[in-house]
Design a protein around this ligand. Structure first.
Ligand code: FES
Length: 93
């Protein structure tokens, strides 16, 4: 992925586990809340970084810097099946 491809119709995200409990997690939309580029996790910065205008978000999705006006959106409607499969439900925009 790079900051120049069209991402307005893409649906990607990151699963962030909060504890050892398999359902204790947050699921972040990978779409930057500034202008919609796809963010990527940068381990050295411990942040999701947007390649377009250097927006930065913490592991919880909160804005750490740059122009994004709000945290990364979250997918809140999900479940883990008995087989351990994560199912995420969302409405395409
Ligand atoms: S689109 Fe992400 S900082 Fe501008």
């Amino acid at each position: 992925m790079n900051g120049w491809e069209r991402t307005s119709t893409s649906h990607g995200g990151f699963v962030v586990r909060k504890s050892e409990d398999p359902v204790d997690m947050i699921i972040l939309n990978s779409r930057c809340t500034h202008l919609g580029c796809t963010v990527n996790w940068k381990g050295d910065a411990q942040a999701f970084v947007c390649p377009c205008h250097d927006g930065k978000f913490g592991a919880d999705g909160k804005v750490l810097g740059g122009p994004p006006p709000r945290p990364l959106d979250r997918f809140t409607d999900f479940r883990v099946t008995q087989d351990g499969i994560l199912e995420i439900f969302y409405k395409a925009a």
